[in-house]
Design a protein around this ligand. Structure first.
Ligand code: HEM
Length: 526
């Protein structure tokens, strides 16, 4: 009897009940954990859909800069999410032993093979597992290993210079430079990982759609990562994963396919490393990451599995290609847009070539050691990182259950906190009042104390235990390619007055960066 009455009432009043539950849910969000005292976009306090749509709009880095300029150092981006703009927050949020963990934003970026997630160094949330993993592979990324990688970068650079001449400078064809640099960066990582280019530069095409696949994957991860449960309804829904496990749905990421093929090709060589732990230095070819990861398997047999070697290799492509291409585009674009800076840099390079600080090599290649001795080049690269860091969202961390003090505020356990490099890099008290201007000289004029602060605020590689492990490798690529390319070609914008467009798909990719190249005659050494 009572049940019949309740059902009858429900039939009449369900819209009202639904509206009331929604209202309660939204109010609970707004007053969640006392975070309602922090300002932000009005909708952000009520629902994560606000930050989902903001990320989907592909300009989230702009929103974050504007919100912080309007509201100050702490801004609420979601019912449970705070963004911090003061660089003093970096040490607390990303510092060692603070108990912070990566948020659910990261597992959205896990690759899948045969229906199983491949937790990578980048995407794992388990800090203990991460620390062990990182100890196993750290050596592969140390400064001392770079010498072994330089021949691999050189080999892709040779192909890149040759192809640029053949396809563009000799024909006068317009180049979609950001895409061309993507091809370079993806091929270098292929060369570094497997001693084999994936073939983008040689074929001037997106081989197997890998570049598009990675771009789409990241563009998916950006917004979906704001509401990670959506991933379980979409790419990683349990039904699709189960079908993959049973072999009914045979979707394999194209990068994983390439990685599996390389591992199969070199199985005998890797078995030897796994057994003996030693690597033959292959005459002039350097040592690649697959060999280093396999050596880690020999050194840490209880931890490193075949699966982890595979996942480490594929995650190099995901973490190291777009990011490097974006950073390279930033350097070349800002040079082309600032002829004064471009001219000054060329004067430094020509002078170094003439006085013998840069040696003579085919394709005017500049070595890593030589590139590090060019102060204006360094200033240009730092400034390009500053004005256009690759990651365009906050690097999310979860506050441990006991809570933590950040910038003098007690932040409750479970809150997602983070900093966005785009915001940190525009702090006028650190970088000067002209933060929106590209001006490399700021790196040369700064007094030692200020320079130290500027360097400590730079966040393009993240910070702390989860800082970019590939930083040295990417610097090797950038510090070599920029001077080498500029010594070979004059770079001009196809339309000097046009601005490029950007697309924040978690990494802030550049579009409409079209250039023409003219072969440059290199001044001879004195
Ligand atoms: C200019 C180029 C690069 C930029 C701007 C960049 C940026 C970043 C950032 C910001 C993080 C930290 C992410 C976070 O805390 O959420 C990161 C982590 C990582 N990066 Fe890079 N990266 C670059 C190049 C590379 C390269 C070339 C590789 C590989 C060869 C690489 C591999 C990784 C890995 C494996 C992680 C995860 C590290 C960990 O959690 O221990 N990155 N990168």
């Amino acid at each position: 009897m009572l049940l019949t009455e309740v059902l009858a009432a429900l039939r009449i009043y369900w819209p009202l009940l639904l509206a009331a539950s929604l209202l309660v849910h939204l109010l609970r969000n707004k007053y969640n954990n006392g975070l309602n005292k922090y300002p932000g976009h009005p909708a952000a306090a009520y629902t994560n859909w606000w930050r989902f749509f903001d990320a989907l709009n592909r300009k989230a880095e702009r929103t974050h800069i504007e919100l912080h300029r309007k509201h100050g150092d702490i801004v609420r981006l979601g019912p449970n999410v705070l963004s911090f703009a003061d660089p003093r927050a970096i040490k607390t949020i990303y510092g060692l032993n603070k108990g912070m963990t990566k948020s659910d934003f990261y597992p959205v970026q896990q690759a899948v093979a045969k229906g199983q997630r491949l937790p990578s160094l980048f995407s794992t949330k388990d800090e203990e597992y991460h620390a062990k993993y990182r100890r196993c592979v750290n050596n592969a990324f140390a400064m001392s290993s770079l010498v072994g990688y330089e021949p691999l970068v050189d080999s892709t650079m040779d192909a890149f210079i040759q192809q640029t001449e053949q396809k563009y400078s000799s024909t006068g064809r317009t180049c979609n430079f950001s895409r061309w640099l993507q091809f370079f960066a993806f091929d270098v990582i292929g060369d570094l990982t497997w001693s084999k280019r994936l073939g983008f530069v040689d074929r001037d095409e997106d081989v197997d759609g890998i570049v598009k696949f990675v771009g789409d994957f990241l563009s998916y991860a950006g917004p979906i990562g704001q509401m990670p449960f959506l991933d379980l309804l979409m790419q990683k829904n349990p039904i699709s994963l189960q079908l993959q496990k049973w072999g009914i749905n045979k979707t394999v990421f194209p990068v994983t396919k390439f990685a599996l093929a390389q591992s199969a090709d070199r199985a005998a060589e890797m078995e030897k490393i796994k057994q003996n732990g030693s690597m033959d230095e292959r005459a002039g070819r350097g040592v690649d990451l697959l060999m280093k990861f396999t050596q880690a398997q020999h050194d840490h047999p209880d931890f490193m599995t075949d699966r982890q070697v595979l996942s480490s290799c594929t995650s190099m492509i995901f973490a190291g290609s777009e990011t490097t291409a974006i950073s390279l585009s930033s350097v070349f674009y800002h040079l082309a847009k600032h002829p004064r800076v471009y001219k000054k840099l060329m004067a430094e390079l020509d002078e170094a070539a003439q006085n013998g600080s840069i040696g003579e090599r085919d394709h005017e290649k500049v070595s890593w050691t030589e590139a590090q001795k060019l102060p204006y080049l360094d200033a240009v690269i730092q400034e390009s990182f500053r004005v256009h860091p690759a990651a365009g969202l906050i690097l999310e961390r979860v506050v441990p259950p006991q809570g933590i003090d950040i910038l003098g505020e007690r932040i409750p356990g479970g809150t997602i906190v983070g900093c966005n490099a785009w915001v940190l890099h525009r702090r006028p008290e650190i970088f000067g009042s002209d933060v929106d201007t590209f001006r490399p000289e700021r790196w040369l004029e700064a007094k030692p104390d200020q320079l130290r602060e500027m360097k400590a605020t730079m966040f393009q590689f993240g910070a702390g235990a989860r800082t970019c492990i590939g930083k040295n490798i990417s610097l090797l690529e950038i510090y070599k390619l920029v001077p080498t390319f500029l010594r070979n070609f004059e770079v001009q914008l196809e339309k000097p007055d046009a601005e490029w467009k950007t697309h924040n798909g978690w990494f802030v990719r550049q579009l409409d960066f079209n250039t023409v190249f003219k072969k440059r005659s290199v001044p001879l050494a004195a």
